[in-house]
Design a protein. Structure first.
Ligand code: NI
Length: 129
């Protein structure tokens, strides 16, 4: 690796608070492994879906509830926060084969009235020693 590249890497990891280069590299490798896990369609994954939506969209509230019941095997937990008089934040923990989790998240994010939705991929952690 070139000295210039290493210098830039060291500056970034110092800013992020890593104690040493080895810790930072370990996290990069883990992140890459999690990415691979998510690309294998049938591998068991877990992720969090964060939504911002309009509390006044009554049809959406019903749809969201129906979908979560319908997909109860995929949506294993939900946290709801009333952000202000009109906005809600909801995070859902999704679990299952990667393809099914993506499909579930896409179905929810694309509902009319959802202002923003983002799926964050993580791992059940089996191989992250
Ligand atoms: Ni709310």
């Amino acid at each position: 690796m070139s000295a210039g590249l290493l210098e830039r890497f060291d500056r970034i990891i110092a800013r992020k608070g890593y104690a040493n280069r080895s810790e930072a590299i370990r996290d990069l490798v883990r992140d890459r492994l999690v990415g691979e896990e998510w690309e294998r369609g049938d591998g068991e994954v877990v992720g969090t879906l964060t939504l911002i939506y309009d509390h006044d969209a009554q049809a959406l509230l019903m749809k969201l509830m129906d979908l979560q019941h319908e997909m109860h095997a995929r949506v294993i937990s939900t946290l709801h926060v009333h952000l202000d008089a009109h906005h809600c934040l909801e995070t859902m923990v999704l679990r299952g084969p990667a393809d099914a989790v993506h499909e579930t998240a896409d179905k929810i994010i694309s509902l009319k009235g959802v202002k923003h939705g983002k799926l964050t991929a993580t791992s059940i952690g089996e191989f992250l020693t």
